[in-house]
Design a protein around this ligand. Sequence first.
Ligand code: DGT
Ligand code: CA
Ligand code: CA
Ligand code: ZN
Length: 581
Amino acid sequence: MVSNRQVMAMLDELVELTTLEEGSPQSFKVRAYERARRAVENLGRDLSALDQKEIQGIGGIGKSIAASIAEFCETGLVARQENLRSKYPPAFRELSRIPGLGPKTVKMIRRELGVESLDDLLAALADQRLRDLPGLGATSETKIARAVERLGLAGKDRRTPLVTALPIAETFRQDLSALEGVVAVEICGSARRFRSSVADLDLVVAADPARWSEVMRTVSSHPLVEETLLSGTTKTSVLTRGGLAVDVRVVAPSQLGAAMLYFTGSKAHNVRLRQLAMEQNRLLNEYGLFAQGEDRPEASETETEIYAALGMDWLPPEIREDTGEIEAAREERLPRLVSVEDIRGDLHFHTDRSGDGRSSPAQMVEAAIRAGMEYVAITDHGEDLAINGLSRAEMEGHRREIARLGERYPGIELLFGCELNIGVDGDLDYDADYRLGFDWCVASVHSHYDLAPRRQTERLLRAVADPAVSAIGHLTGRMLGRRPGIEMELDVVLEEMAARGVALEVNGALDRLDASPEVVRRAVAAGVMLVISTDSHHTTELMRMSYGVSNARRGWATAEAVLNTLPREKFMEVRSRRLSG
Ligand code: DGT
Ligand code: CA
Ligand code: CA
Ligand code: ZN
């Protein structure tokens, strides 16, 4: 049976393919697929239970896309998608994800230079063949080469961003969990450790051994799978159509903890644990922890039992990198990392008053209440963000609406906020006085990603120095796998933020995860407060909080380091103290 998630993956791929075909992400057809994808995302029912007429009745889905969805639900394939796939194979599609290479450009270099893959592109760059093409030049050649390098696209260590990999992992998890005899399906490897990119996915399935072959068959014949790379009785490796490798292992339920521990890694963490076991005359492997010469494990069913037997508390996967976590746990000085239950508020939050927001203020507030938030800062875009922002007059209407909502929902504190755009020289929206009228401002970079680090530093310092600014949003502006972030003198910026009491945002959007864990760790060390925010533009995006939390945990953040773990009264008090200087 086809899941809604699989339909969404199909529509995502059609967005990408059609962008190439039409030569623009703004084309009418591309937008129709995007609209349909959102409609499916927000649909509370299973698509596979509907016929074509009923699908067409869903708002946002037109006749021809409804037919494609019905075709997909029936056959697992869509003719249009198959045609485009053969026209634009995965190796070619990868090129269009490089910043500076739009769909028109990749098609031109294919036509003019025969560039079909990354290797071809690297060769063309090496021979300086791009600079003679219309619209390109030596500068664009350098930019493209640098983007390829910084995205880590070159060579064997090619990685897939978590934002692409996680939905695939979740699809396998759901589909395998539904099988008879399957007790648990756990996403392990670097995805569980929440690295922002993965080389491959690692899944561990605990199942009745009588059902193992059925599990392996289901993996190989999964609709997302292009090719089986390896198939055995307990391990199958497959390649998805998008080119991501997935390793699936089945184990007996009694061995689940040992397998999870082993396949979560990291390798360095595992090596240290095994050494530790050896020093205690024990053996640790993927089947369990064994006393010397024994066949029956001392511990194997849960990770907690194994860690306990080794003399430590369970370690959060996000910090299993051998950067001091094992010593800290053994000496009982491991900090208690922030968890999603600690979070009381969301401080970067949009409504449809921003051009890119998609739910009304009332819907967003109700969603925040459902998510258990005690306070939110509604931070729609300021006027400078050309297509999305609110003029001063619109902001005033918005202010009144938020005040009305505040009266209607006394259970939640609504802060009237703004996401200020940081201009090329650090200038901000509106004027200094007007900005001070907001309850909470997050200031973020949305343009000019290529300035020299010195200029980026100055730009940020100016924004940080503005008394209206409470937090810096998505610090580098990176889009994982698509756009490297800005480069700056990080320590200088963090020092200024600490001095002025400006918080650093950890943005929960999976394609941002900005600030990165490395920056989080340095920020906390520099005395900068953190805020973890969802940057939601729709009611379905509040769940990003858990991603932001995981990313902050990778940077060893505790609840005390995160401002929005404070209860409502305490938070309001701290905020007004800062405002009064
Ligand atoms: P990546 O590169 O993003 O796929 O990162 P991981 O950590 O998922 O690496 P992967 O897929 O090669 O292996 C998954 C886990 O399996 C790894 O985190 C630890 C474990 N593992 C793999 N190879 C070894 C090994 O040679 N020794 C030990 N102790 N563990 C290993
Ligand atoms: Ca992996
Ligand atoms: Ca692997
Ligand atoms: Zn935003």
